[in-house]
Design a protein around this ligand. Structure first.
Ligand SMILES: Cc1cc2nc3c(=O)[nH]c(=O)nc-3n(C[C@H](O)[C@H](O)[C@H](O)COP(=O)(O)O)c2cc1C
Length: 212
């Protein structure tokens, strides 16, 4: 395949600037403000985040997952614990999540530790989903090779169509990410982007501006 040069793809970013004065001292509150803005501005999936994990041998991998709740306790998403990401987290709970909201030219990077949520939280979310999604999650061996697509689809259809409760498998549930650091990035004209890193010292969040 011929090399495709993308040097000319260039976009000027917003006039909005960020300064320490206007940043909330609490990164969870700052996250909430940007998230609300993204919800009103992004046409699709404002709660989509790129989750990066790493195996114990240091091989990283990334994929999109959906943020399903956040509070001072952390950031929660749901998945199959036997998936590739689940196996990575089992070996190495250090993860990174990244939000990119192009309409405001904003990025937030969060680094922290992932831990399984309680079965109760996982069940509450599982049963809030449409039956088809419950059936698919119950039957999917996420990240394992799929030999017969049609047979999987039929099993999902049959399970979803049956009356009676779909049992949430033990290997399906949530992870809560407790942040260790947050980095807020605001795109600016001329590539002088604003970046602020939040780190914790003795339970107090410290804000450090970074070079763009
Ligand atoms: C918009 C979007 C949202 C997704 N949300 C989730 C999710 O919440 N949970 C999940 O397990 N996979 C989700 N996926 C699929 C994952 O990106 C990934 O393919 C899957 O989890 C298997 O990843 P793994 O093999 O690295 O474990 C989503 C994909 C996209 C594109």
């Amino acid at each position: 395949m011929e090399e495709k040069i993308l040097y000319h793809l260039r976009k000027d970013y917003s006039k909005i600037s960020l300064d320490t004065e206007h940043l909330n001292k609490d990164p969870f509150v700052q996250f909430g403000e940007w998230f609300d803005n993204a919800l009103s501005q992004e046409s699709q999936e404002a709660n989509a985040m790129i989750l990066s994990t790493s195996s114990i041998s240091g091989k990283p991998s990334s994929r999109v997952v959906l943020l399903k709740s956040f509070s001072k306790q952390g950031f929660v998403f749901f998945t199959n614990y036997n998936s590739k990401k689940g196996k990575d987290i089992e070996e190495n709970p250090n993860v990174s999540v990244l939000f990119f909201w192009p309409s405001a030219m904003r990025q937030i990077r969060i680094e922290g530790f992932a831990k399984k949520t309680s079965q109760k939280i996982s069940e509450n979310y599982f049963y809030s989903r449409p039956r088809e999604s419950q059936a698919s999650s119950a039957l999917s061996m996420q990240s394992a090779p799929l030999e017969q697509r049609e047979s999987f689809d039929n099993s999902v259809k049959t399970l979803a169509g049956n009356p009676g409760k779909i049992i949430k498998p033990k290997h399906w549930g949530g992870y809560n990410i407790t942040p260790r650091t947050f980095e807020f990035w605001q795109g600016r004209i001329g590539r002088s982007h604003d970046r602020f890193l939040y780190t914790q010292e003795n339970g107090i969040w410290k804000i450090t501006p970074l070079y763009p």
